[in-house]
Design a protein around this ligand. Structure first.
Ligand code: FAD
Length: 374
C-alpha cells in the first residue's frame, strides 16, 4: 500500500473500481463512437457517491480529501477512461466553487454537482488564446444588478453536456486582470458550439461555447472582481498534478499489459520478452515510472495539506506527461502490429496520452514556470 493513502482511501478505491468496471468499461467504445458520455452515467456516478470527492457534507458531498480525488483519477486512468470527464467537473469546477463561492452559491450549485444533475465546466481557453491567458478577449460589462458577457471559449471539456460554466473574462480589456463568473447554460444568449472532432479522448465532449451578451446577476460573481488570476494560479497547480497522477497510473497499467503481452507472444521460437532489448526497455520503464510515482505521491501528500507549489506541480506535469508519451510509444512498439489496432488498449492509451503535453498548460509553459522559480 502506498504511504500517501489511508485505509478509507483504499476502501473507496474498491468501490470506485467496481463501479468503473461495471458502468464505464463496457461502454467506452460506444461512447467514443458517439463523442460523448450520456448524462445518465453522471447520475449513476453521483448516486454511487463518486462525484465531487472533496465537497463538504453540508453541501451534499462525500466530504473526502484529495486522497479520495486521486483514487478516482487513478481508477479512471487505469482503464484508460480519461475521456469520461468526471475529473474536470468534480476536481476542478467544484473546487472553484468550494474555494471561492459564497454560501448561497455553494447551496445553489454543489448539491446538483454532487448528484450529477449539474455538469460543471471550466471555460478559459479562447480561439486566439490558450497559453497566454492575460490576452483573453471575453468581456464582462457591469450592468445594473449584474454583468453582461460577450465572447467565445473553445476546447471546453464536457462542453456539450455542460449545465454550469465557470468562465473567465475581463472587466477592462486594456487591463490584464481576470474575473470569474458562473454561467448557467440555459441563460439567453448562451450557445454551445459543435462537438469538436479530435484524434484522441474521443468519448469526451469537447466543445466551443458562445456568449452573446449573456446577462448574469451579481450573485454569479465567483470570489471578487479582478482576482481571477490568483484563483487560477492556485487551482492550476492541482489541475497539473491531476495530469501527472494520470500519467503515472497510465504508464503503470500499460507496463503491466505490455509485460503480459510480450511474455505470451512468440517470435523466432522465443517470447518477445526473451529478447534483451525488450527486457531493457521494460526495465527502464519500470525504473522511470517508479521514480515518477514517488514524486507524484509526494506532491499529492503536499496538496493534501495545501503545500503544493506551482513549480512542483509544473515539474510533475512536465516529467509525467513527457514520460507517458515516450514510454507508451515504446510499449506500443513491443506489441508490433497489434499495437496499432484500436482493440488493443495500448493503442488508445497512446493516442489519448498525446494531449497531456498540451492541456492544463503545455510542456513549454511548464518549463517557463520552472525556470522562473530558479
Ligand atoms: C482535449 C482538450 C481539452 C481541453 N479542455 C479545456 C477546458 O476544459 N477548459 C479550457 O479552458 N481549456 C481547455 N483546453 C485548452 C488547453 O488548455 C489549451 O489548448 C492549452 O493551454 C494550449 O493553448 P493553445 O491551444 O491556445 O496553444 P498556444 O498557446 O497557441 O500554443 C501554441 C504553441 O506555442 C507554444 N508556446 C506558447 N507560449 C510559449 C512560450 N511562452 N514559450 C515557448 N513556447 C510557447 C506552446 O507550448 C505550443 O507549443 C483543452 C484542450 C484540449 C486539446
Amino acid at each position: 500500500m502506498r504511504k500517501v493513502f489511508r485505509d478509507d482511501h483504499e476502501m473507496f478505491r474498491e468501490q470506485a473500481r467496481r463501479f468503473i468496471e461495471r458502468e464505464i468499461v463496457p461502454h467506452l467504445e460506444h461512447w467514443e463512437s458517439q463523442g460523448i458520455v450520456p448524462k445518465e452515467v453522471w447520475l449513476k456516478a453521483g448516486e454511487a457517491g463518486l462525484l465531487c470527492s472533496t465537497v463538504p457534507e453540508e453541501y451534499g458531498g462525500p466530504g473526502g480529501d484529495y486522497g479520495h480525488s486521486a483514487v478516482m483519477i487513478e481508477e479512471l486512468a487505469r482503464v484508460n477512461a480519461t475521456a469520461v470527464g468526471f475529473t474536470t467537473h468534480s476536481e476542478i469546477v467544484a473546487n472553484y466553487i468550494v474555494a471561492y463561492g459564497s454560501e448561497e452559491q455553494k447551496q445553489r450549485w454543489l448539491p446538483g454537482m454532487v448528484s450529477g444533475e449539474i455538469i460543471g465546466v471550466l471555460g478559459l481557453s479562447e480561439p486566439s488564446i490558450g497559453s497566454d491567458l492575460r490576452s483573453m478577449r471575453t468581456q464582462f460589462k457591469r450592468d445594473g444588478d449584474g454583468y453582461r458577457i460577450s465572447g467565445q471559449k473553445t476546447f471546453i471539456t464536457n462542453g456539450r453536456n455542460a449545465d454550469l460554466v465557470v468562465t473567465a473574462g475581463k472587466l477592462d480589456l486594456n487591463e490584464k486582470k481576470l474575473t470569474l463568473l458562473c454561467v448557467e447554460t440555459d441563460r439567453e444568449g448562451f450557445a454551445k458550439g459543435r462537438l469538436l472532432s479530435k484524434i484522441g479522448l474521443k468519448g469526451q465532449d469537447t466543445s466551443e461555447l458562445f456568449f452573446d451578451d449573456v446577462h448574469v446577476p451579481k450573485e454569479n460573481l465567483l470570489g471578487e472582481e479582478d482576482k481571477g488570476f490568483g484563483y487560477l494560479f492556485h487551482q492550476l497547480a492541482w489541475e497539473r498534478l491531476i495530469i501527472a497522477i494520470r500519467a503515472a497510473t497510465c504508464i503503470e497499467a500499460m507496463l503491466e499489459e505490455t509485460l503480459e503481452y510480450v511474455k505470451t507472444r512468440t517470435v523466432f521460437d522465443r517470447t518477445v520478452f526473451d529478447f534483451q532489448n525488450t527486457q531493457f526497455k521494460l526495465a527502464e520503464a519500470k525504473a522511470q515510472v517508479t521514480m515518477l510515482r514517488a514524486f507524484v505521491d509526494d506532491c499529492l501528500a503536499k496538496v493534501m495539506v495545501d503545500e503544493l507549489t506551482g513549480e512542483e506541480a509544473a515539474m510533475a506535469k512536465l516529467v509525467g506527461s513527457e514520460m507517458q508519451g515516450k514510454l507508451l510509444d515504446e510499449f506500443l512498439q513491443l506489441h508490433g502490429g497489434y499495437g496499432f489496432m484500436s482493440e488493443y488498449r495500448v493503442s488508445r492509451a497512446w493516442v489519448d496520452a498525446r494531449v497531456a503535453r498540451i492541456y492544463g498548460g503545455t510542456s513549454e509553459i511548464m518549463k517557463q514556470i520552472i525556470a522562473k522559480a530558479m
